[in-house]
Design a binder for this molecule. Structure first.
Ligand code: F0G
Length: 456
């Protein structure tokens, strides 16, 4: 088979500032070993997130000039609305400046302190937004979803039996909504099958619970369905997307992922009563109903991004380029979550550095070393991110991963080859990695702003 090439050529470039290992050693110390504190100029390959870090197309930049900045009723809003409804036909649409604003508005309106929200796996901001209402965020992904060795094709699936049991125990009256995250970001960027979305819908229907999709990476999820789920090989990606959303009552979305833009999001739903309250909340916190927290130009870029992201040549390249990194690492024995997710490669830090106990954050230690050694910025998704409970106690997270998230349409194959080399070199001397501790941490979302140091 021939190399799957980038289905675009580069029209505008952004220089990378080269750094030395000595410089990086100083930078990371000054950042208190928290990669979020680095100046991005000091990073060579930035794989901290795939969120808002991708490249827009020339068509999107053209759309930016067409943006209409009317306060109310901008044509850009109607183009944005039409592009979303073409794929996700919900009745009411609330534009927001990014995904977490949509989560915040939704949960403020529908949750009470004794509520609970089941999800395959909540992303960190989703969990924090549920918990900030005093409610419980409950993760019910299938067992294979937390087994890095399982070859299950849809490791993001909801555990249907566990969902049934949870609803029974907690009581329908305490569960205002159920969510499914596609793809399952915190569980390794793993997809959810159509059959599983359908089954989740059936359980929700039986109990009268609305189902919302956290839609961030919907197109990547649809591509996995096309590749892996029997019966979908000949279905177009837009049709797969439409079927996925036909089982839901609403969605939250970060346009910074699969709408191929640098900023934006939305909340959509069919329930009119909720929509009216959400819209009021939007006007209070984000902006008027036809722009939310966004400019007209952002709405245009999103409308065009939604057409480009369901293009099969794009998705084929996108998923192949993530798999390329994962497969090359696996070949050298680096423990990663396999099969590879859609937007990121997840290194299993607990197995990479088994000598570091989870409460000494092996993922953080590895992420710091990848930066020091090669200027690569990844992100710990493990005990530093999830180990602290709302009551202040601490326990190991289910997994300690380092996520190398790949921005869309941004890095070339030789840059990815460099990433593979750096990880391999750190792997070759992995026993030198040392445990870490927090020297300062805020009450919530401590991984963003906390300070670390080495244990000894
Ligand atoms: N849901 C999921 C599954 C996400 O991955 C994110 C963001 C959000 C919600 C929130 O969206 O950032 O626009 O407010 N994930 C980014 C990441 C930050 O790095 O995975 P946002």
């Amino acid at each position: 088979m021939k190399t799957i090439i980038e289905p675009f050529r580069i029209k505008s470039v952004e220089p990378i500032r080269m750094t030395t290992a000595e410089e990086r050693d100083r930078c990371i110390r000054e950042a208190h070993y928290n990669l979020f504190n680095l100046h991005s100029d000091d990073v060579l390959i930035d794989l901290l997130t795939d969120s808002g870090t991708g490249s827009m197309s020339s068509r999107q930049w053209g759309g930016v000039m067409e943006g209409n900045e009317a306060y109310a009723g901008s044509p850009s809003f109607y183009r944005f609305e039409a592009a979303i409804k073409n794929l996700m036909p919900f009745k009411y649409l609330v534009p927001t400046h990014q995904g977490r604003a949509a989560e915040n508005i939704l949960f403020t309106v529908v949750l009470k302190p004794d509520s609970a929200v089941p999800n395959n796996t909540h992303f960190d901001t989703t969990r924090a937004n549920v918990e900030s209402q005093g409610a419980d965020a409950v993760d019910l992904v299938i067992a294979e979803g937390v087994d890095p060795d399982s070859g299950h094709p849809f490791k993001g699936n909801m555990d249907i039996a566990a969902l049934e049991q949870f609803i029974e125990e907690r009581g329908v009256e305490n569960i205002p909504l159920c969510m499914i995250t596609v793809t399952n970001n915190s569980g390794g960027g793993q997809p959810v099958s159509m059959e599983n979305i359908r089954q989740t819908r059936e359980v929700c229907d039986r109990h009268g619970i609305p189902l919302f999709i956290d839609a961030c990476r919907f197109a990547e999820n649809a591509w996995f369905i096309k590749l892996r789920e029997p019966g979908y090989a000949d279905t177009s990606v837009p049709d797969i997307v439409r079927e996925m959303f036909s089982y839901a009552d609403g969605c939250t979305m970060s346009a910074k992922k699969d709408a191929l833009v640098n900023m934006g999001g939305w909340l959509a739903m069919n329930n009119e009563e909720w929509a009216v309250e959400c819209r009021n909340r939007l006007i209070l916190t984000e902006g008027f109903a036809t722009y939310g927290g966004l400019s007209g130009r952002d709405l245009e870029a999103i409308a065009i991004g939604l057409e480009e992201v369901v293009d099969e040549d794009y998705l084929k390249y996108r998923i192949a380029s993530t798999q390329y990194v994962a497969e090359h690492l696996a070949r050298e024995g680096v423990p990663t979550v396999l099969p590879a997710g859609g937007h990121a490669v997840y290194i299993d830090a607990r197995r990479f550095a088994p000598h570091i106990p989870p409460l000494q954050y092996p993922g953080q230690s590895l992420a710091v070393e990848l930066y020091r050694h090669g200027g690569i910025r990844g992100c710990e998704i493990g005990t530093a991110m999830f180990g602290k409970r709302p009551d202040g106690s601490e326990a190991p997270a289910r997994q300690d991963l380092v996520r190398l998230a790949i921005p869309r349409r941004t890095y070339t194959q030789s840059q990815m080859d460099y990433v593979v080399e750096v990880v391999q070199e750190v792997f070759a001397r992995r026993e030198q990695l040392r445990g870490m501790k927090f020297t300062r941490q805020p009450r919530a979302l401590r991984h963003f702003t906390g300070h670390f140091d080495y244990v000894d």
